[in-house]
Design a protein around this ligand. Structure first.
Ligand code: PA5
Length: 462
């Protein structure tokens, strides 16, 4: 079981000094990597951040698995109500383990599906509700703050839909809440209405929470092997604490991405999975990298406006939509390929010849080989055009590898935050928009934000 990082095509010897990292630059930055490792370790030991310790929470995982075992058979759909860090991890897991949409296959009480309501588009919510049956749906509502407007509004609709379908008294058995222990109105409602509740540790932020109850509850309910997920994450955690750069994959990846951003102007990172099962993970990663590293100020309060814009592209599909730009457009990108060494099914191409040259060179080969060749060909083409790229290769896509990969990318992000000297764990930029929404929707205590918004509208009118 392994995830291998290959950084060769990020180096100057492959893409030239202007775009690639030179041995001198790498050597000079090694002390920064050591500092980043010490910084993340100190934050963990002080309890400021909790994600590194989540794989050790075997008692919580046990409780969640036991709960899932108790309710198994009573639903064929898990309806997750949540947004951002409270939804993307579950999507990543569902896509990786149950399979990508729309080819997951039939759902049943034995093989329940996951429907994620992470947008307040009324048509989307109505279509989703129309596709579910209240008596066969288990609703998981997730909000760390217990107050996100989208989640609360959608949950009120779903709760009323459940009550109409199973009766007011039946709702309790069909709702699970994941929220903070000591704050938020969702917690109050969960207590008042007697919903089964799991808590999110205060020191685990939304985008780092996939291995807390936020990801584990929906995962267990759709049949993901939770112990295997945590086992993989624990293995990567051990790697992430290794002091030497050569064997610490997340630290090395963070350093190379940091140098590509700060020394070579690669302000965009294209996360490029060559596996549909990893497509959800690419969207989860987009939030992790963007919200953690996109910051106005450094730790000393100096305005820096740093960050690297994450973009998700799918191989080979996006070779036919994005690669023209990637090859010839602005030299502002680095590419992080995500490859899978052993797809579960090689996808054998029938050996029978057709007599057509454009077909027959492929007969008897496999889709797995074609996918692999296309991935390597794209890397070679980008490299020839001085476009730096690197690869994470997962042995397989299973719960253990996905757990490893989540933890690898979370550590990489945390280390990169230390190297950039910013706080990777807050999200002030998201909060302002939320406050305007509260003000405009009439929430008590947010009238100032309504006023600020009104002033802004006045300015627009000139
Ligand atoms: O990473 C984050 O902190 C955010 O994306 C949150 O997860 C998102 O805003 C949802 O917040 P909450 O869980 O409080 O509803």
């Amino acid at each position: 079981m392994a995830i291998v990082f290959d950084e060769t095509n990020l180096l100057a010897r492959m893409v030239g000094d202007a775009d690639g990292i030179t041995p001198e630059e790498l050597a000079a930055a090694e002390p920064l990597a050591a500092q980043a490792l010490a910084g993340v370790k100190a934050l963990t030991e002080a309890g400021v951040i909790g994600f590194p310790n989540l794989p050790k929470q075997t008692a919580l995982a046990g409780e969640i698995v036991t709960y899932a075992g108790k309710v198994k058979g009573s639903y064929d759909t898990v309806c997750l109500v949540g947004i951002g860090g409270s939804a993307l991890g579950a999507w990543a897991l569902d896509c990786a383990i149950r399979g990508p949409h729309p080819v997951q296959g039939d759902h049943s009480a034995a093989k329940p599906r996951l429907v994620i309501l992470d947008n307040v588009d009324p048509e989307f919510v109505q279509l989703a509700l129309a596709s579910m049956k209240p008596k066969k749906t288990l609703v998981v509502v997730i909000a760390k703050s217990g107050a996100t407007a989208e989640t609360v509004a959608t949950f009120l609709i779903v709760r009323a839909w459940l009550a109409a379908g199973v009766g007011a008294k039946g709702v309790k058995a069909r709702v699970v809440v994941v929220t903070s222990e000591g704050r938020g109105d969702l917690k109050v409602m969960a207590t008042n209405e007697g919903y089964t509740t799991f808590h999110i540790p205060e020191n685990v932020g939304g985008r780092f929470s996939v291995l807390s109850a936020v990801g584990l509850v929906p995962a267990a309910l759709i049949g993901v092997d939770v112990p295997a997920l945590l086992r993989g994450a624990a293995k990567m955690t051990a790697t992430a604490w290794k002091p030497d750069l050569a064997s610490n994959t997340p630290l090395r990846a963070a350093l190379l991405h940091f140098l590509s951003l700060t020394k070579k102007g690669k302000t965009i990172q294209v996360a490029f999975p060559y596996a549909n099962r990893l497509w959800g993970t690419a969207f989860w990663f987009r939030q992790l990298w963007a919200e953690s590293l996109g910051k106005a100020k450094n730790r000393a309060g100096v305005v820096v406006h740093v960050g690297q814009t994450p973009v998700a592209a799918l191989g080979t599909t996006d070779q036919h939509s994005q690669v023209q730009l990637y090859m010839e457009g602005p030299k502002d990108k680095l590419f992080t390929f995500w490859a899978v060494k052993k797809p579960a099914d090689p996808g054998a191409i029938p050996a029978e010849k057709t007599g057509l040259e454009g077909f027959d060179y492929l007969t008897g080969q496999s889709l797995a080989k074609l996918l692999d060749v296309e991935c390597k060909s794209t890397q070679a083409a980008l490299t020839e055009n001085q476009r730096p790229n690197c690869v994470f290769t997962l042995d397989r896509v299973d719960a253990e590898h996905v757990g490893m990969f989540f933890q690898l990318l979370e550590f990489e992000t945390a280390f990169a935050g230390e190297m950039l000297d910013i706080n990777a764990f807050d999200q002030e930029g998201v909060e302002l928009g939320k406050k305007f929404t509260f003000g405009l929707m009439g929430r008590k205590g947010f009238a100032d934000f309504k006023k600020r918004y009104t002033d802004y509208e006045a300015r627009r009118k000139g």
